[in-house]
Write a protein that binds this ligand. Structure first.
Ligand code: PDD
Length: 282
């Protein structure tokens, strides 16, 4: 089956989906993106993703008017055209095309790209898997709260993880854990759940927001507080979250086993609650 993408105003076959070589997204990573999960053909947390997309566009003064109804319609058509049941929708908006110059001109026409990718999610059933992570220095810029495609440090970290047979690279800045190359990081110690505050140094993940909602609703012990590398190694449970990985348990970090290499009880409980929340979304 041929995959279909959406570029600017049209649906096109994947092998005919092109942008200009003078697109600022290509030349300068002058662009923002979102990854939206699709479960059972349904868009997950669409409104939250649109809100974050608007935030990213505004922070970079990329003038793209978001029409939620039109974007939802494009997403739903792509899901249909690509017969996507479970996977992700990738959306990228670049500042547009301009002869190469660092400073951008006013009134550029942003480039809009969107396509789908099939994915098998790690679900909290009998086959729920846990993975190794490695630690890596957080060498990113200070505006990682903007979901921009400027991801070189994340790419280097992820490739280091891959080479070391790990699923994710956890970032350390000034001996504090910030987040990971493509997900947010959580630890559990004495039944209290911890994650880095979203005020700075991390991307405020949509999955993260959802889990905080679930934690609060179920009156679980929770602190939005930074933690050190030692606290990470000494945690009772560790997990990461993202729209591509939902809740993924971590059973080893560098050479240190977490929870004797087993999936933690609270991690699994949260993963079950998250997926049941997703199943309710239509
Ligand atoms: N990554 N932190 C970083 C650095 C991320 O790249 C992501 C998502 C997250 C989690 O955000 P969310 O829960 O909204 O997916 C946190 C996406 C999936 C990616 O780049 O592929």
């Amino acid at each position: 089956m041929h995959r279909v993408a959406y570029v600017n105003n049209s649906f096109v076959p994947m092998d005919k989906a092109f942008v200009s070589i003078e697109d600022r997204g290509l030349q300068f990573s002058d662009s923002v993106y979102e990854v939206v999960m699709v479960i059972n053909k349904n868009l997950i947390d669409f409104e939250h993703h649109i809100k974050r997309l608007e935030f990213s566009l505004n922070q970079l003064s990329i003038k793209f008017y978001i029409n939620k109804i039109i974007i939802k319609n494009i997403f739903q058509k792509l899901i249909k055209k690509n017969s996507l049941k479970n996977g992700i929708l990738y959306l990228q908006i670049t500042r547009g095309v301009q002869p190469r110059e660092h400073a951008y001109k006013k009134n550029l026409k942003p480039t809009f790209i969107c396509y789908t990718q099939k994915k098998t999610f790690n679900l909290p059933n009998n086959n729920f898997k846990s993975y190794k992570a490695v630690t890596y220095p957080d060498i990113r810029w200070s505006r990682v709260d903007i979901k921009s495609t400027s991801l070189l440090p994340n790419i280097l970290a992820s490739t280091y993880a891959l080479k070391n047979k790990a699923y994710e690279a956890i970032f350390i800045k000034n001996n504090k854990i910030t987040e990971a190359a493509h997900s947010n990081v959580w630890i559990i110690k004495n039944n209290t759940i911890y994650t880095h505050p979203a005020k700075s140094r991390i991307l405020n993940g949509i999955t993260r927001l959802k889990i905080i909602e679930i934690i609060k609703k179920n009156k679980l012990k929770f602190k939005e507080k930074t933690f050190t590398l030692k606290q990470l190694y000494d945690a009772d449970e560790v997990f990461i979250t993202s729209s591509g990985s939902l809740i993924t348990p971590i059973n080893k970090i560098d050479n240190k086993k977490i929870n004797n290499g087993k999936i933690g009880i609270l991690t699994k409980k949260l993963a079950v609650m998250l997926i049941s929340n997703y199943k309710k979304q239509k």
